[in-house]
Design a protein around this ligand. Structure first.
Ligand code: UDX
Length: 450
């Protein structure tokens, strides 16, 4: 078993640490934030991921936490770097944590002369970063050369929030971008040991290719969502056409696949929007003007306006109206509101003069930090609906499935429902004013056909 260190106690770092320790590795996790490290030492997970606290508890004898990166490196022979790479407004990612980590690793390697250390980048970084930013920083701080004094690889992560442990334990593939051959060989052996008979396909390539794989993957997923949302907008203009049926039929074509074809208010979260912007900005730096990447983002922005337009259309005017907004997190099963569609939808509603009351089973504390008093928060879906003129479902939480036309009629001033996530069977809601993303109505017509 290896002595492993992980720099960056974020989502990827802590999930990886817990899974590696559970399978017998000794892991030291380093992070600059004292607050985060103290919480982890107390056995508390600083974010919402079901099952993670149990694994951490079970493997606590093999995990330690520190704010000192140097000590973590010295104790180990394999280091995973999973520090944050936040995106700026223009899409360019901020590499300051990556740079300072590379420098610290280099300094620690200068004094550590045992075995050749293997550094593996897990942070999402734009193509070229491992080779042109991390490698020279480690080399100059350590006085060592890659492939001689230390090994360096880039291995993108594909963890989904809410499913991260399962994704780590049962990955579809492992992508290894190697700066030197030994890095690739060692990492391959490490994962073959970790996954045993269940080792997924391991793909080896250059570090720059591996960096691009991550962005290409997220950009494709985002594009798939924007694609079906674009089709949804066409459906809305045609009588008797429903995007759910259309998606089902096209998804059965194995060349397309059924996943990521749920039309709705758009994609959010800490990865998809940020990564599409970042690879678009990187392409620009490389002298290439992408057409698909900005279009993917535009469709996503338009989708959030569209749901408000539908609400406006159903209630004639939103000024002074009370809107019940169900769902604040960017997807169900998480309290994360980073780039959540709900935030922009609330902005559009406020601009239209509406009063917003919101409810979410998990994300209210995080949403409150960003929204303050702009929104009133309810403590249940029923309370949220009470006295409202229109209800918009923004996140498809399981508990919202329990909504019935009777409940809308008894709680709301007027029973008007905008289904932003296609949660309900339109026929069941036939007795109330119901409209949904991607659902053509009788008012939709044969525009332009003669
Ligand atoms: C994503 C990638 O899936 C993961 O591989 C990567 O490592 C991190 O980014 P995550 O951000 O956790 O994971 O969310 P994901 O489940 O992919 O959903 C992203 C967004 O797309 C959500 O807002 C979701 O509501 C939206 N979405 C997804 C749709 O609107 N329709 C779909 O069909 C699928």
């Amino acid at each position: 078993m290896s002595e492993v260190s992980i720099v960056g106690a974020g989502y990827v770092g802590v999930v990886s640490a817990a899974c590696l320790a559970e399978r017998g590795h000794n892991v030291t996790v380093a992070d600059k934030s004292r607050e985060r490290i103290s919480l982890l030492i107390e056995g508390k997970v600083p974010f919402h991921e079901s099952g993670l606290d149990d694994i951490l508890k079970r493997s606590s004898s093999r995990i330690s936490f520190t704010t000192n990166t140097g000590t973590a490196i010295e104790k180990s022979d394999l280091t995973f770097v999973s520090v944050g790479t936040p995106g700026r407004k223009d899409g360019v990612i901020d590499l300051s944590q990556v740079r300072s980590t590379a420098h610290e690793i280099g300094r620690a390697l200068r004094s550590k002369r045992k075995m050749r250390h293997l550094v593996v980048v897990r942070s999402t970084v734009v193509p070229g970063t491992t080779w042109y930013v991390l490698r020279p920083a480690i080399e100059s701080a350590s006085g060592l050369k890659v492939g001689e004094g230390f090994s360096l690889a880039m291995q993108p992560e594909f963890l989904r929030e809410g499913n991260a442990i399962n994704d780590m334990l049962h990955p579809d593939r492992i992508v290894i971008g190697e700066c030197d051959k030994q890095a690739g060989d060692r990492l391959q052996v490490f994962y073959e040991g970790f996954y045993g008979d269940h080792t997924p396909p391991i793909l080896r390539m250059s570090s720059t290719s591996a960096e691009l794989v991550k962005y290409a993957c997220n950009a494709f997923l985002a594009m798939k969502v924007s694609f079906i949302n674009e089709i949804a907008s066409i459906c809305e203009r045609l009588e008797g056409v429903d995007v759910v049926r259309v998606a089902e039929a096209i998804g059965l074509d194995p060349r397309i696949g059924a996943k990521f074809l749920d039309a709705g208010v758009g994609f959010g979260g800490s990865c998809l929007p940020k990564d599409v912007r970042a690879i678009h900005a990187r392409a620009k730096e490389l002298g290439f003007k992408s057409l698909l990447l900005p279009a993917t983002l535009h469709v996503n922005d338009r989708q959030k306006r569209r749901v408000v337009e539908i609400a406006r259309h159903l209630s004639r005017n939103l000024r002074g109206k009370r809107v019940a907004l169900l769902g604040l997190s960017f997807k169900p099963g998480t309290d994360d509101v980073r780039e959540a569609p709900s935030l922009e939808i609330i902005d559009h509603l406020k601009r239209a003069g509406a009063n917003v009351v919101a409810y979410d089973p998990a994300a209210i504390p995080n949403a409150r930090k960003l929204l303050g008093r702009r929104v009133r928060f309810a403590s249940s879906a029923r309370e949220c609906l009470h006295g409202a003129d229109v209800c918009i479902v923004v996140t498809e939480w399981e508990e919202f499935k329990a909504l019935t036309p009777e409940m809308l009629k008894s709680e709301m001033k007027r029973p008007v429902l905008v289904d932003g996530r296609r949660m309900y069977d339109p026929e069941r809601f036939a007795g109330v004013a119901y409209a949904a993303i991607g659902l053509g109505t009788e008012q939709a017509s044969s525009h332009g056909l003669h």
